[in-house]
Ligand binder design. Structure first.
Ligand SMILES: Nc1ncnc2c1ncn2[C@@H]1O[C@H](COP(=O)(O)OP(=O)(O)O)[C@@H](O)[C@H]1O
Ligand SMILES: [Mg+2]
Length: 305
């Protein structure tokens, strides 16, 4: 386990304060009454089914969703007024892969975020990008086209793009979707390292067990916040039922919380009682949307450190 317990309390104001937030798009409320504090040293996961408003929470923090009530403060100031130092890593699915762009150019886009896109970059920024690529294990790939990379490498390139602006907080939208188990653990370890270097991290994911094993804080939501705390406190059958609308047995194994991820047995598979059905095939959210059987959950117990 990366963290044995949540970080000790900091006696300072939260980095991000979400206060009674209602937000969405074109007048439609997607999230309601959301209040959350993100501390400078947080490493937290936002869990919830597809459509539950996870991405909208992240977008509201960067000021990219319509706000109908409440506010988001960054270091005490509304994100609608200031330009906070926030690194946003979108879902890989949201990216147009036909756009010809190299690894270095993607990273440098993070440095020119506030300026019009231009084809030359400052030497200082290129040096910084080089250091970041090295830190992310991507040295040697600077001139490669981004579309030629593996999913795990692409994820790290977009992490680099967020890091080049030296953010105080990283928001990552499903950084572990569509990658294999080893890459997923590598991504989580990398995020843990960044967290220990002083960057707050809030990520969305469908991977309940990976989060339970690696992260000190879990937030469950479905339009509203349903629970917030340590994996052990939050990942209970009641909270999971309220979040996913399905019975999800929870067990303890060697001090770790393990959730049998059965909510994906919706529809015909659930009615037939089959465990290999896949009612949500093709939604592209990694194995979290596949028919998850108990054996797989047990196989997922990582080598804790
Ligand atoms: N850009 C958008 N314009 C209009 N509606 C959107 C937009 N993005 C998301 N939505 C809607 O908001 C709802 C919640 O979406 P989202 O925050 O993406 O949930 P999640 O990330 O948990 O899957 C969905 O019903 C979706 O259709
Ligand atoms: Mg989303």
């Amino acid at each position: 386990m990366l963290h044995k317990s949540p970080h000790p309390d900091l006696h300072e104001p939260p980095l991000v304060q979400i206060r009674g937030l209602a937000a969405g798009y074109h007048g439609n409320r997607v999230i309601d009454d959301v209040s959350l504090d993100i501390m400078r040293n947080d490493f937290a996961a936002l869990l919830g089914p597809s459509g539950s408003g996870k991405t909208t929470v992240l977008r509201a923090i960067v000021g990219a969703a319509d706000v109908y009530a409440g506010d988001v403060l960054f270091r005490g100031e509304s994100v609608r007024k200031s330009r906070p130092r926030i690194g946003y890593v979108p879902q890989l699915e949201a990216i147009d892969w036909n756009f010809p762009v190299t690894v270095e150019q993607v990273v440098l886009m993070g440095a020119t975020r506030n300026a019009p896109l231009f084809p030359w970059f400052r030497r200082k920024d290129r040096l910084k990008a080089g250091k970041i690529l090295e830190r992310l294990g991507l040295d040697g790939l600077a001139n490669r086209q981004i579309r030629e990379l593996s999913g795990g490498q692409q994820q790290r390139v977009f992490l680099g793009r967020a890091l080049v602006s030296e953010p105080d907080i990283l928001l990552l939208d499903e950084p572990t979707a569509g990658v294999d188990m080893k890459t997923r653990d590598d991504v989580l370890h990398l995020l843990d390292e960044l967290n220990h270097q002083g960057i707050a991290i809030l990520m969305t994911t469908h991977e309940i067990n990976a989060v339970a094993a690696h992260l000190p804080r879990v937030i469950c939501m479905n339009g509203r916040i349903l629970a917030d705390g340590t994996p052990r406190d939050v990942l209970t059958p009641d909270v999971l039922k309220a979040t996913y609308g399905a019975e999800m047995p929870v067990t303890e194994y060697r001090g770790m919380t393990l959730v049998a991820e059965t909510p994906h047995r919706f529809g015909a598979a659930a009615r037939n009682g089959g465990s290999s059905g896949n009612g949500n095939a093709g939604t592209g959210h990694g194995h979290g949307d596949n028919g998850h059987v108990h054996e797989e959950v047990v196989a997922e117990v990582p080598a804790c450190d």
